[in-house]
Write a protein that binds this ligand. Structure first.
Ligand code: KIV
Ligand code: ZN
Length: 502
């Protein structure tokens, strides 16, 4: 029996901070339930004081999840801690995660303070959180660039004040694996009461070292890892859950065990990618489309002779089931329902009927329906309640002609239409939408991607727009990229308040 490594998932907090990845409360509950089934020990559900939406999500997740601890983030500020404790009131097991910056930069240039005052504030925050909950985690922000001797003093003091977990974040993703491993070892060797708390790693991926640093931290004594599904997170992201879990599963000699049901990894990875409209890079370790695809003749031959010649992980161990039934235009509702359940979606009959209808339409256009296609259909079914819908689109464009687009929008049940030209077909369609909504909305980023490679593939469009100095993100997917682009623009407009949108 190996040493137990606790998995702290922060997909719903650090992961969700990524622009354009925001989820609503219902979606967050769905993710939290999937994380519970995956077997994570702690779910960081949000930063309650940051917005009423985050507060509500922490409350609702606390009510919906039984086994994992629910954690709420705070600054080392009493008001934050009061609000977090209130948001956690229904959690069966609860944790407050409070902390402050400990690096030279944070102490002097962010907090305008000095080391002794920061240490006092750290201790005071932990003591204050202890009034509400037994389980208090302290984070030393920017620990990756903090002086080890000072960090050890802070860690010792907060453990004395009652911290049960001490988090050592590499906030800026600056460390190299040997440095980070040495930092954890230094704390193990120099903090007299370190046996009274669990050390946690929380690594960011700015130099592509997040997983390596996390592994180095664990091999030097950390017993909690803070991770996200698919490694999503601000900038270059956080450590990815699947990489750390599979690294220790593949290296049993390191004697580290987690509670993760690895067969659920692929399903939750697709679910997060779909809900957050965040594609997984094809060569992403463990969950990328090509992670188990052997293309060279020598490799294919080797794998056919014995899978282990070229594969260190059995795809079935992470839930990739190659023998799953092919979905075609002849597949019934039951096959679709089964495949969606494997992907983590349990749809009610009415929703399933809607998705099935769309599935049949798509299967007519596209022979080979992939899981990503299904996820898009599920995503579309969720959008039904949107106030502004694209009712009709016709685009005329070609070489040596002025592109023209006619758009018809259904705005809360009323139909409006407009025809406009543009410097390209997308520009024309967007001008027509602008003409109807009478608002100045500027497109700042526009990204088109396909999932597979065929010309019959679904095009996925991400759009970032600006209106009244606010940024909004929209997403659209369709085999017709003009429709996908216009839908993405309309999706972003739907996120503005009705008063500003029209
Ligand atoms: O990266 C970081 O330092 C964090 C803390 C708030 C834990 O996310
Ligand atoms: Zn972070």
């Amino acid at each position: 029996m190996g040493d137990r490594l606790y998995i702290f998932d922060t997909t719903l907090r650090d992961g969700e901070q990524v622009p354009g990845c925001q989820l609503n409360t219902v979606e967050k509950i769905e993710v939290a339930k999937a994380l519970e089934k995956l077997g994570v020990d702690v779910i960081e559900a949000g930063f309650p004081v940051s917005s009423p939406g985050d507060f509500k999500s922490v409350v609702e997740i606390s009510k919906s999840v039984t086994w994992p601890s629910i954690c709420a983030l705070t600054r080392a500020v009493e008001k934050d801690i009061d609000v977090a404790a209130q948001a956690l009131q229904y959690a069966k097991r609860k944790r407050i995660h409070t902390g402050i910056g400990t690096s030279f930069y944070h102490i002097h240039h962010k907090l305008n303070s000095n080391p002794d005052e920061i240490l006092e504030r750290a201790v005071a925050a932990v003591k204050y959180a202890k009034k509400y909950v037994e389980d208090v985690e302290f984070y030393a922000e920017d620990a990756g660039r903090s002086d080890n001797e000072y960090l050890a003093r802070v860690v010792e003091a907060v453990i004395k004040a009652g911290a049960t977990v001490v988090n050592i974040p590499d906030t800026t993703g600056y460390c190299l694996p040997d440095m980070f491993g040495e930092k954890i070892k230094y704390l193990c060797d120099n903090v007299s009461n370190i046996d009274k708390a669990i050390i946690a790693t929380h690594c960011h991926n700015d130099l592509g070292m997040a997983t390596a640093n996390t592994i180095a931290g664990v091999l030097n004594g950390a017993r909690q890892v803070e991770v996200t599904i698919n490694g999503i997170g601000e900038r270059a992201g956080n450590t990815s859950l699947e990489e750390v879990v599979m690294a220790f599963k593949s290296h049993k000699d390191r004697n580290i065990e987690t509670n993760i049901n690895t067969k659920r990894i692929y399903g939750i990875s697709r679910m997060i990618s779909s809900l957050m409209n965040m594609p997984v890079q094809p060569n992403k370790a463990i969950v990328g489309r090509n992670a188990f695809a052997h293309s060279s003749g020598i490799h294919q031959d080797g794998v056919l002779k014995n899978r282990e010649n070229y594969e260190i992980i059995d795809p079935a161990d992470v839930g990739i089931n190659e023998s799953s039934i092919m979905l075609t235009a002849r597949s019934g509702r039951a096959a679709l329902k089964h495949r969606l359940e494997l992907l983590g979606f349990k749809l009610e009959k009415e929703k399933l009927d809607t998705v099935y209808e769309e599935f049949l339409k798509l299967a007519d256009k596209k022979k080979d329906i992939k899981e990503d296609d299904l996820l898009l259909l599920v995503g579309d079914a969720r959008k039904e309640e949107r106030r502004i819908k694209l009712d009709f689109l016709q685009v005329v464009s070609g070489k040596n002609m002025v592109p023209m687009a006619t758009v018809r929008l259904d705005i809360a049940g009323e139909i409006f239409s407009a025809t406009e030209s543009g410097n390209g077909p997308v520009d024309a369609a967007i001008n027509a939408v602008r003409n109807i909504i009478h608002r100045k909305v500027t497109v700042e980023e526009f990204l088109i991607q396909t999932i597979t490679r065929g010309s019959d593939d679904i095009g996925k469009v991400h759009m970032q727009v600006e209106h009244n100095e606010q940024t909004y993100h929209g997403f659209g997917a369709n085999t017709d990229i003009m429709t996908a682009s216009t839908e993405a623009f309309i999706d972003a407009i739907n996120k503005m308040t009705p008063a500003t949108a029209n």
